[in-house]
Structures are given as C-alpha cells and as structure tokens.
Write a protein that binds this ligand. Sequence first.
Ligand code: NAP
Ligand code: MN
Length: 271
Amino acid sequence: MVHNRDKRIINVIYNYNSPSKKTYSILTEKLKKKGFIIPEKYDEKAELNICIGGDGAFLRAIHRFNFPNIPFIGINTGHLGFFQEILPENIDDFIEKYINEDYMIEEIFLVKASVTTKEKSFQLYGVNEIVIKGIRSKVVHLEVFIDGNHLESFCGDGIIISTPAGSTAYNFSSGGSIIYPSLKTLQITPLSPISSRAYRSLPNSTVVPGEIPITIKPEYRYENSILIVVDGFEIKYDNLTEITFTVPSKTISRLNFDKNMYWNNLKSKFL
Ligand code: NAP
Ligand code: MN
C-alpha cells in the first residue's frame, strides 16, 4: 500500500459503550506515540479505518461512511465479533504488525439490489444480506428468476440474499450454508418456505455465481406489502415491481493478519 509517510492518518470509529470507549483511548494513545494522526472527525484521506465494537458496529460504519475504499480492521468489544479480528488485549501486537505491513488485504464481496417501483429505480448495497419480507408478518408471494429463468413462485416469510461474508449471520441461522469469503457468490435462503399442495417453494438454499443476476418480483396484488431489510435496516417502498440482485464490482477491503483466522474463528465462535 502507498502511504504518505509524513502524514499517516487512521480513523478510529467506536460506539458509545464503555469497553469501546476504553479501548478507543488506549488505542489512540498508542497509535499517536507511533506517529499516526487520529482525526476527531472521519477523514477520507486516511490509510486505515479501525472499527471498535461488534459486527453490528462494523456494518454500521460501512453504511455510515458510504462504503469507503479505505481498508478496515476491527477490534472486538461486541458480543460475537465475527468480522472483528483483533482482541483489545492484542493491540500492541496489532500495531507492530501493521507498521511492519505483516498482513494481507482481503476483499469482502457485497450484494447490490437494483430496485424498481412504478415511480423510480435505485440501488441498495448490503454487506451481510438483503432480505425480502412481508410487512406486518404477512406471507410474501414472490416470483424468483435466475438469469431470467423462472425458478419458483415462493411463498413463506421471505427470502434472504446473502453475501459470503453474511453467510454466517442471518443466513446461517436460517439453515443456509457457510460460504468462504473469497467465493464471489450470492446465496438465496428461504425463510419458512411453504411447501404444500397449495404452494411449492424450495426448502433449501441455492448458491448462485456472482456473474448471474437474481430477480425477485412480488406478485402484483402484493406489491405494497413488501419490506426490504438491508443489513438489519428496514426499508418500505410502495408499488415495488422488481428487485435484481448482483455482486457489484465495488468491494470492502479488510486487513487479515492470519491466514488461518477464518477457520479458527468459525470453530471458536460457532461450536
Ligand atoms: P444484532 O441483533 O446484534 O445481530 C445478531 C447477531 O449476528 C450478533 O451476534 C452479531 O454479532 C451477529 N452477526 C452480524 N453479522 C455477522 C456475520 N457476518 N457473521 C456472523 N455473525 C454476525 O444486530 P447487528 O449487530 O446490527 O447485525 C445485523 C445483522 O443481524 C443482520 O445483517 C443479520 O445478518 C443479523 N440478523 C440475524 C437474525 C437471526 O440470526 N435470526 C435475525 C435478524 C438479523 P455482534 O454481537 O458482534 O454484533
Ligand atoms: Mn450487534
């Protein structure tokens, strides 16, 4: 990575619980001693974003700063912290390795939804997943197409379109598979699919290559009963006609200090 050697800026993003605040002051103290500049306000010219908190804090930081190109590293003060590689007690080791450039850069693939309503069209981006659900706990009726081919008329609670990074989150709790982060894919995971003589929905997940678009169309008479949930944030649109999901070329970069991290993390956090 190219650094401006005179002015090395690092954004430190933290939430307001007391372990995060404590970690923030310890970390910034140590970074300043090594000559780094820690701005008060988020600086777009920074070389690194350090996010203190749990996975939720990491997700919110990406959305809040509009999917920055600056790489991220997380310090876990949260509950699970699957994304958050560094523990507060290992800060010294982390700074040492960061200065020595002893790390790899890993790309996190995202999910992009191109949403069309009768009035407008626009894009949404998710890190973990984008979920299509019914409002007020209603059953949703959705037509699912892969690369323009009709797959199913889905009925049930909803459908999760998960990224590889999000595969260990909502997708996993809903019976979806864990997908290694370097696999550029989207996973379609049903939420309580109805499979009966009245309705036929696939009961399991489908993993689709990132180059192939997935389209979901609500049945027209239900077009006003759809809720879109992006990384846990609910959005409601009127007259929704179509949503197409793809893997965008934009990614989020993240530092990785240990090539065995993913598998060790998986075991220690889920078993
Ligand atoms: P939250 O309610 O704290 O999230 C639920 C749990 O999911 C937390 O323990 C969180 O870790 C963990 N998590 C988030 N992203 C993860 C990932 N990529 N891999 C493994 N675990 C992950 O809410 P939040 O922190 O704002 O996170 C939003 C996410 O919650 C959504 O994107 C969705 O994936 C997930 N969610 C899960 C369910 C479910 O499993 N039934 C339902 C709704 C939403 P931390 O404790 O470190 O924050
Ligand atoms: Mn959380």
